[in-house]
Design a protein. Sequence first.
Length: 767
Amino acid sequence: MTEKLAHPVYAPRDMARYAKPLFVATILTGSFLLFLVQPMIARMALPRLGGAPNVWNSAMLVYQALLLGGYAYAHRISALRPKTQSSVHVVLLLFAAFWLPVGLMMIQPPQGEAVFLWILWLLMASIGPLFFAISAQAPLMQRWYAFVESDEEPYALYAASNFGSFTGLLAYPLLVEPYMPIAMQQMLWSALYVCLMLLVAACALVTMRHGYASEKGTAHDVAAASSPRPALRQCLYWIILAFVPSGLMLSTTTHLTTDLIAMPLLWVIPLGLYLLSFTVAFATKRMLADIVTSAAPFIILAGGGGAFMVSGGSSMIAAAISLVLMFVVAIALHTQMYRMRPSPDHLTLFYLMMSVGGVLGGIFCALVAPLIFDWIYEHPILVVLSALLVPQKALLNPSAFTEMGSGARSRAYYILAAIALLISFLIFKTWGTPHDAPGYFALTAIFCLGLLCMGRPVAFALCVAAVMLGYGGWMNINRSLDDTRTRSYFGVYTVADYPEENIRRLSHGTTLHGMQFTDAAREKSPTTYYGPQSGVGLALAAVPRLFGDTAKIGIVGLGTGTLGCYRTAGQAWHFFEIDPAMVDIAKDPTKFTYLSKCTPDAPIHIGDARLTLAEREPASFDLLVIDAFSSDAIPMHLLTHEAFGVYEAAMAEDGLLVIHISNRYVNLRPVLAAEAQRRGWTLAERFNDIDVESNTTGESSSSWIAFARDEDRLKELTGTVASTDGVDGNGAMWQPVKQREGFAGWTDDYGSVLPLLKFLEETGDAK
């Protein structure tokens, strides 16, 4: 290592005094902008795409690819003279400014699975240059800082970078989206970008003046390469250490939103924890990072079972376990990267390898896994890889092993791991999943074997796999082998038979999407949210009286095709569905027969409902039903003012609009009430409260809201239905929907689910 030279006596030490605050401010601002623009652009894309979990993963893949490009650019120009580096980067920032104000290109999505390629192209064309330029500034600023302040540790600035990213990520859903329309968000981001350019220019000036002083004093560049280049093996190790946390962050997001809790804004939490892990791992004070790294093997072993856990009464606990597991693994592996960081002269190579690993993790989860797996198997795979990579020490050293040779000792550990796998299979064969004392005792035995194998990464990883397999893994694999599951870009669909009850269910992630009785006597009976006493069931039953025998019906959201069995002779039905995989399931008579038995000739229009409905002739439908949910996610773009404009055009003048608003986490009534008030429409809600314990009809509790332009037309529906049931027509079945004071509804330009979260309403914090 070349000895560091002192600054020349005439070097501008006065400017170096302010270097660290300046560089920290620049890095914080750039990282804040990067993670403010990600959810902002996703929000802008909603009217054209929607919000399935894989949409976010696709966007993350684009961001990671642009980040890789930025890091590669930073690594390439870091070999140039400081003055040249500074000039080139400032010019790049000025060039990217031509894409201001930040926004989306007017490119419409295609139908079907090609949507994946579309979102890649859309994001690249819309924000690619801006994101590329900003992503490069974090490693580049650290490189410049290492040149200006050669005695300081530049890697600590990466902790500041990720703190800025974390702040930007949280600022959007908590502060920006609820209070600013899209146009104002664009102006805010663009103004901050101009501030960033000024900060980078200031950093460039400091760097160039320092370089000029060094050259004038005949000192060589103290930041020039002076240590051996890291070996290829070292670079590959950095890549794999970055690959696992990146992939685990995405797989945890998909696992949470698909199989545990499809709660709005939940995707923010894994990404936020992932960013925070860098702040902990790269911090100057090492105690927290070291403690978490030491605890990581125990947490992986104890929490591994959650990788195969599906929703149920303990879904909140399972979600918490998944998040803690991901956070701990990310800290442990990023800490290992920090421990093996190179000297500052190879800093940009280090970050380039980190970015390569991040992109590979994104490719694996967003592109490869949906093609080769029918469930979120990438999640347990990444947990097992974590068990292989986290630093671990032998917890126990049984005396029986001390006399063995190294080969015999290794075989003994593998035998223990094999026993753990055998026990997990016996749990599956005996109980399916452990749900009583003997099952949990067997699972505890696997855990103890894992403790014995700690310190032997391969044997330990096999024990972690055994814990996961015993806690539902074998059952999940068996379901895949039975060909009851389908995975598409928009989610995971599971068809499950329950012979003892003569029913077949379709689940989309955590949400029941339909059910059919398998006995011939009841196979045409509408069930779940679509039963005869549901809002949509009452509306469809009233159609012949309200609109005659040749009524035109439009259904947005196919599901199992349950609603088709309300069709009567002479009616013209059209279905609208975004996912071709859902169409295949509903049309397959070996799975569900609603379509084949009730509406075999009804056309199904594939694509986003707003786009496909907009292509219809005006006044196409007497009754339009909106029932489009991705798991339990909110289709915000289908509930905005602009979306209602599409529905209004598609409805006949005296037509009815019925929207499904059942949701576990969000109260959608204020959105629809505000829109009805804006348009001068009338509305009423039918909440069908079903007692599951005594229910034998297959119906589920549901909430539906009916709209009409004409108040008398809506009264014909609510009054007619009420009298048919023997109840007076004063709203006993259909209830009025109250306006929320101060709530303006959603538009494509402005909207947030935060004020509508039910748990905030219950605590009185919603506004």
